[in-house]
Design a protein around this ligand. Structure first.
Ligand SMILES: CC(C)(COP(=O)(O)OP(=O)(O)OC[C@H]1O[C@@H](n2cnc3c(N)ncnc32)[C@H](O)[C@@H]1OP(=O)(O)O)[C@@H](O)C(=O)NCCC(=O)NCCS
Length: 167
């Protein structure tokens, strides 16, 4: 597993994973391009010998105490081996470096795998947005993580990824 910062060059490969991972509500290529270019964003990819097997993004506006996990996905064949957790932790470590105290995210109510990952890192449900995901008519579960508590609890298990390359 190699984590590195995403670049604009990764757009096509990210979109392939995006469409496969979110068949009914994938972001458009234009949206993803904006995300990768945004000064408020921070995206990592899991690059396996030149083949992209995952990507994840954080939105953390400079100076803000709140940040959001924007998205996370691992190629189907590479799931269940700790890669999703490693990328999520890389995002949370970056949020901590930026002085964030609370991290938020939305996850589909019908996605128990992602919810289990988030809960196991310390996220807790704080609300629901009814029928948020269209056209599927699925609720969003809104979750929040106390990042300082997470940082204390995860001392010693950091990914060590700081925006360079981490294998
Ligand atoms: C969610 C996702 C990123 C997790 O990535 P992953 O690499 O498969 O997950 P990991 O191997 O790091 O597992 C992390 C945790 O997720 C949960 N998990 C993973 N696979 C699971 C499964 N098949 N069933 C239930 N829980 C599962 C477990 O809590 C696991 O922790 P554990 O291994 O200690 O039990 C991946 O499943 C994915 O890309 N799904 C499609 C896109 C998506 O739904 N993204 C989330 C949008 S909010």
């Amino acid at each position: 597993m190699t984590l590195r910062a995403a670049t604009g060059e990764d757009l096509a490969a990210i979109m392939t994973l995006e469409r496969a991972s979110f068949p009914t509500d994938a972001w458009s290529e234009a949206m993803m391009r904006e995300e990768l270019a945004s000064p408020h964003g921070w995206y990592v990819v899991d690059d396996e010998a030149g083949r992209l097997v995952g990507y994840a993004g954080l939105r953390a506006v400079a100076g803000a105490r709140d940040a959001d996990v924007q998205t996370i996905a691992i190629a189907e064949v590479s799931r269940g081996r700790g890669r999703g957790r490693a990328m999520l932790r890389a995002l949370l470590e970056e949020a901590a470096r930026r002085g964030v105290t609370d991290v938020f995210l939305e996850v589909r109510a019908d996605n128990p795998v992602a919810q289990a990952l988030y809960v196991s890192e310390g996220f807790a449900e704080i609300g629901r947005k009814p029928r948020y995901y269209q056209p599927d008519d699925v609720d969003a579960v809104v979750m929040k993580l106390d990042l300082r508590g997470w940082a204390r609890a995860s001392t010693g298990s950091a990914t060590g990824f700081d925006g360079g390359v981490c294998t």
